[in-house]
Write a protein that binds this ligand. Structure first.
Ligand code: ADP
Ligand code: MG
Length: 729
């Protein structure tokens, strides 16, 4: 009898919600309570220092040490009033998650005592020993220094007793060892390129900002049940488990009523996130049982990325307080939806215009068209690279499966925008067109007001869909750092905008009228980007064939998809924009391949252990029970009667044997394969071998285990089943 499994089920059933006290204040009042935001800076800094800080943020002016010291002094005062005793640089190394190293605010007073001190130098720069962070060979161990440097554009905040300072992280020789450094460079590139193009329409524009609104999906699992599943614990996903008879087929979970224990978790999470300045807005049940989503209002991209990293760690922490574990893996359960992180992205100007939104006048819409078409251009030229930016050992389970975007990047525009593009392409005059905005839909239902219908439809099958005033990049994985895809997207669009601007400029210098020049270049580009535009069903097999004909990247093997980072076009783009150098790209790929093979290696080991410690012993034990029964029947009845009475059990005994034999043989073979491929020295080849030769065992072994789960007596089965993991909360 498997007591652990039944104990944790019983415990989970009994768990009451952990009620969270309602805050006395309204969200608008406690929003940003633990953030040293502009308002607090204004209060805690001398006026001149505050002004300098604004110049640093808005015009990219350098930060001098004197100003840094003064900012640090104000920060310390605020932080100590809030009860903070320590500070840390908080950065995003090339692993999953964030890193921090805490230092207390103390120094010798040289009179035998201590003083609270926090200098500008400590704020601006630290030197964490970097040798344990992945560097992809950029830094051999004797050059273990890595530097973290404050990012003044992302405000510092307090968690517990610690002042957290968002920083970039670079090597001794200046190569980026993190996500933030190249992201900031990509954002600067798209600002510069976007501003030049926006100025063609309005000379007052001086800055273009990239916005990001992420939608974070996640699963919650009861902590006790989670602890009884070593595969979830060690790999973040279930390596086995037969489908629950009921899962998402009734479509009753999506937007369904939120269970109370979960609702309290969400409330707690939101309060804490709001206090940290994360503008949470939406929460709901997702498609799969126990799957949920949290989405804030969009923000400037760099800040939004930091906030997403913060939310992911907050989710994990708050979940534990409520007796849950938060699963951020893209595919924790086979057979039901996985989790993604839709990245809603747009560009806006400092004159208050969303460049990806249609406007009121025909000229506004030419601007809108320009930014849509040049976005498509970036996505088209670098579709393979964009796919590489979201690919990982964990996200590969989701892409191409039947609920997620396919492993081919294309863009959905919707009927109206598509027709608009066609019209412009085929027009022979410089006549400008109006694009219809929202229109009213009269419903003949009493008392229900007229609905405003968007000018785009939705297409859930598109990985990069236009949604009215932005593009939504849906292929991003739930556990990923959004910076990875945002670096590529913003760079690709910056390159396209630069190219567009240069060609328009050439025509103007040749005597063309400005609007005529813009239209002429756009007509060419509308033709060029046609292959990336696809409004049909991205899940269909016909699309795979069609996409290949169109020359889109259709590769499905993750380690090979990573090669796109080292394509000449990618290197030229990143180097040309000053985002990353070839050596940095090579280093990053080393890390991607290494992470990839290690994840599969760990999964393969965990599966091997579970087979030998749980599955085979349990199956054999049940087989013995059946054999016992057969023996007893044979002892009791005549041979003829016994044959008939035992037939059923004998059949089951044989079936168990068939599965256990397959499993044991396959595990042996998997171990041998691992041993063999581990000899491969080249990390890319190693990753490819793990993909091609080791990973397939995980699926085939699983299939047989899942069959056994159906046969073996329920009481003997030691691992919580899907129906328990997913339906008990
Ligand atoms: P859904 O796609 O599920 O309908 P929402 O409409 O709630 O989701 O929006 C998803 C995210 O998109 C939110 O974070 C929202 O703030 C963000 N968003 C809305 N408009 C823009 C925009 N112009 N640029 C970037 N993000 C945006
Ligand atoms: Mg969305």
């Amino acid at each position: 009898m498997s007591s652990l499994r039944f104990n944790v089920i019983e415990e989970a059933f009994k768990k009451a919600p952990v009620f969270v006290d309602a805050p006395a204040e309204r969200p608008s009042e406690f929003y940003g309570k633990y953030v040293f935001d502009q308002k607090k800076m204004f209060k805690y800094l001398p006026a001149k220092t505050y002004k300098k800080y604004r110049e640093v943020i808005e015009q990219g002016a350098p930060l001098d040490m004197k100003t840094a010291d003064e900012i640090a002094e104000g920060m310390k005062k605020w932080a100590m009033e809030m009860g903070a005793t320590h500070c840390t640089h908080w950065f995003q190394p090339l692993t999953e998650g964030t890193a921090e190293k805490h230092d207390a605010f103390v120094e010798h007073d040289w009179k035998g005592g201590m003083v609270e001190e926090f200098s500008g130098k400590l704020l601006v720069q630290q030197e964490p020993d970097a040798s344990s962070f992945p560097s992809g060979g950029i830094r051999s161990t004797f050059e273990a220094r890595g530097y973290s440097a404050w990012d003044p554009a992302s405000p510092v905040f307090i968690i517990g007793d610690t002042l957290m300072i968002p920083t970039i992280f670079v090597s001794y020789t200046g190569e980026a060892l993190d996500y933030k450094a190249p992201l900031k460079k990509a954002l600067a590139a798209v600002d510069k390129a976007g501003t030049a193009v926006a100025q063609l329409f309005n000379p007052d524009v001086t800055k273009v900002t990239a916005n990001l609104g992420w939608e974070q999906e996640y699963f919650l699992v009861d902590e006790g049940l989670y602890a009884a599943r070593p595969d979830l614990l060690l790999t973040g996903r279930t390596l086995m488990g037969h489908e629950s008879s009921k899962n998402q087929q009734m479509d009753d979970h999506y937007f369904g009523a939120i269970p109370e224990r979960v609702a309290e978790f969400m409330r707690d999470l939101e309060i804490q996130a709001l206090e940290l300045g994360i503008p949470c807005k939406t929460r709901h049940n997702e498609v799969a049982p126990n799957q949920f989503e949290l989405a804030p209002i969009f923000e400037e991209c760099n800040l939004a990325v930091d906030h997403n990293m913060l939310v992911m760690s907050l989710m994990r922490r708050v979940a534990r307080k409520h007796g849950f574990r938060c699963l951020l893996h893209e595919k924790p359960f086979a057979g039901i939806n996985g989790s993604g992180k839709h990245n809603n992205w747009s560009l806006t100007t400092d004159t208050g215009i969303i460049l990806h939104a249609p406007g009121k006048t025909a000229e506004d819409n030419l601007r809108f068209l320009t930014f849509v078409v040049e976005t498509l251009m970036g996505v088209y030229k670098h579709n393979g690279l964009l796919k590489a930016s979201i690919m990982s050992a964990t996200n590969q389970h989701r892409l191409g499966a039947n609920e997620a975007p396919p492993a081919i990047i294309s863009s959905f525009l919707g009927k109206q925008v598509s027709e608009f593009l066609d019209k412009v392409e085929n027009s022979t005059t410089d006549e400008l067109f109006r694009l219809e905005g929202k229109h009213g839909m009269q419903l003949d239902i009493p008392q229900i007001p007229e609905l405003m219908i968007d000018n785009t439809d939705r297409n859930r099958t598109s990985p990069f869909a236009f949604t009215g005033n932005r593009f939504e990049f849906r292929a991003v994985g739930s556990v990923a750092n959004c910076a990875c895809s945002m670096i590529v997207l913003n760079s690709a669009v910056a390159e396209a905008l630069n190219n567009f601007h240069a060609r328009v400029q050439t025509l103007i210098e040749g005597g063309a009228e400005k609007m005529h020049a813009i239209l002429q270049v756009l007509r060419e580009d509308i033709k060029t980007v046609k292959p990336i535009h696809f409004d049909g069903n991205g899940y269909s097999d016909e699309w795979k064939e069609e996409a290949a004909r169109r020359g889109l990247d259709c590769e499905t093997s993750a380690p090979i998809i990573f090669d796109r980072y080292l394509d000449e076009a990618s290197i030229n783009m990143f180097e040309g924009l000053g985002v990353m150098k070839k050596a940095e790209l090579e280093a990053r790929n080393e890390i991607k391949w290494e992470t990839y093979f290690k994840k599969i290696q760990i999964e393969s080991r965990v599966l091997g252990d579970l087979v030998m410690n749980h599955i085979i012993p349990v199956a054999t034990k049940y087989q013995s029970v059946l054999l016992d029964n057969v023996q007893k029947i044979k002892n009791t009845f005549s041979a003829e009667e016994a044959d008939e009475l035992c037939a059923y059990n004998i059949n089951i005994i044989k079936r168990i044997n068939k599965h256990t034999t397959f499993i044991v043989d396959a595990v042996d073979e998997m171990v041998e394969t691992r041993k063999r491929v581990n000899q491969i020295a080249d990390v890319r080849e190693l990753a490819v071998a793990y993909h091609d030769e080791v990973a397939p065992f995980l699926d085939s072994i699983r299939r047989h285990i899942d069959k056994l789960e159906l046969i073996v007596e329920d009481e003997m089965w030691t691992l919580p089943k899907y129906r328990e993991l997913l339906w008990i909360r």
